[in-house]
Ligand binder design. Structure first.
Ligand code: UT7
Length: 330
């Protein structure tokens, strides 16, 4: 039973990934690793890498244009842009400002939101609040990462895992049965040290002595993060299902954040879903942080993986730690 009176829904979806593909075989030439290790430990076969002269905003503009076209809207018809990213063009101004200009959405308010891998779901939850406030009607939500730019290509523990990409949706109020039925979100700020980019902010500014210690790169204690991710992803998914007033058996499709095939499969098992009901594209793109879920939704709609009325569960976990889950009726 749908507990909510009002809902938001996607009226357009877009995505962009860079053309350049970096395979596991390519990585074998850079660090001491193997296709066998990467595939069996993470499920990743290849990932996309953004060009040196491009930035996160360039991918956002491409994905955003596609979402606007899909929604049948011109850029100046949206009234807010929310951009989730942990790899902004610059610390300030917000990447959303370049995207606003690139799309030609003149004077439309635009801001960045930082929630790591949970960023797309956080941005949807914020967009829902903005629409329910009555102040906004058509919001462009973009989630994008160029993690290759903060990857330490000498660190085999991390450089094999990440990729670049952008996903975008236009959200509007829903006047039918489809849309966001529930959300659940949270943070555990005790565990910030397990996954972070230590340098570049006010705590550790970009100075030569910090750069000498590689602090400008992404650092992760992978096996620690893994344990928390498995636990939180399952719990968060179940919370959103309950908040939507659904039974676990009424879930048709799971969109887990694509960080590791073993985390994805564990979350599917927790929901007692057969493997074909769990979306996986990590083999093609690696971990694109907050961009994985909107790109997954774009691709599965394109490939006709679900039908009108299906109950989708979107769930993510990432640095912070942040987590979020949404039940969405297609
Ligand atoms: O996106 C949001 C959050 N991120 C995640 O959820 C990621 C969570 N973590 C993971 O996905 C996994 O922990 C990893 C894929 C990062 C690593 O898998 P693991 O099974 O946890 O391996 P490990 O870190 O415990 O390392 C096992 C061994 C180590 O060797 P020793 O110390 O046992 O001799 C590593 O040095 O594997 C070694 N290793 C590698 N070997 C070959 C680490 N990276 C590599 C590599 N190639 N690329």
């Amino acid at each position: 039973m749908d507990k909510r009176k009002r809902k938001i829904k996607f009226s357009g979806i877009g995505m962009y990934v860079p053309e350049k593909i970096l395979t596991n075989a390519d990585l074998e030439k850079i660090v001491d690793t193997s296709d066998e290790w990467i595939t069996s430990r993470s499920g990743i076969k290849e990932r996309r890498i953004l060009e040196d002269d491009k930035a996160t905003s360039d991918m956002c503009i491409e994905a955003g244009r596609m979402a606007l076209q899909d929604a049948g809207l011109k850029a100046d018809e949206i009234d807010l842009i929310i951009l989730a990213t942990s790899t902004p063009d610059t610390i300030f101004p917000a990447t959303a400002c370049w995207v606003q200009k690139g799309l030609g959405a003149e004077y439309v308010p635009a801001f960045d939101l930082s929630a790591a891998c949970s960023g797309f779901l956080y941005a949807l939850i914020v967009a829902e609040g903005m629409i329910f406030s009555g102040n906004h009607k058509k919001i462009l939500v973009i989630a994008a990462e160029s993690l290759s730019k903060i990857t330490n290509w000498k660190d085999r523990n991390t450089c094999v895992l990440f990729g670049d990409g952008a996903g975008a949706v236009v959200v509007e109020e829903s006047f039918d049965e489809s849309g966001m039925l529930s959300h659940y979100w949270g943070v555990d700020g005790n565990l910030t040290d397990l996954l972070l980019q230590p340098g570049g902010g006010s705590r550790i500014p970009l100075r030569p002595e910090n750069i000498d210690q590689d602090l400008q790169y992404l650092h992760m204690k992978g096996n620690e993060v893994f344990k928390h991710a498995v636990k939180r992803m399952g719990e968060a998914a179940l919370e959103a299902i309950e908040l939507a007033g659904l039974k676990r058996s009424e879930v048709d499709y799971l969109f887990p954040h694509q960080a590791n095939i073993r985390i994805i499969e564990a979350t599917g098992r927790r929901l007692k879903l057969p493997p074909e009901k769990v979306f996986i594209n990590i083999h093609k793109y690696g971990n694109m942080s907050c961009a994985t879920i909107p790109i997954g939704i774009f691709e599965s709609r394109r490939d006709g993986l679900f039908e009108k009325g299906d109950n989708l569960v979107l769930v993510a976990f990432g640095a912070g730690f942040t987590w979020a889950s949404i039940v969405y009726r297609w």
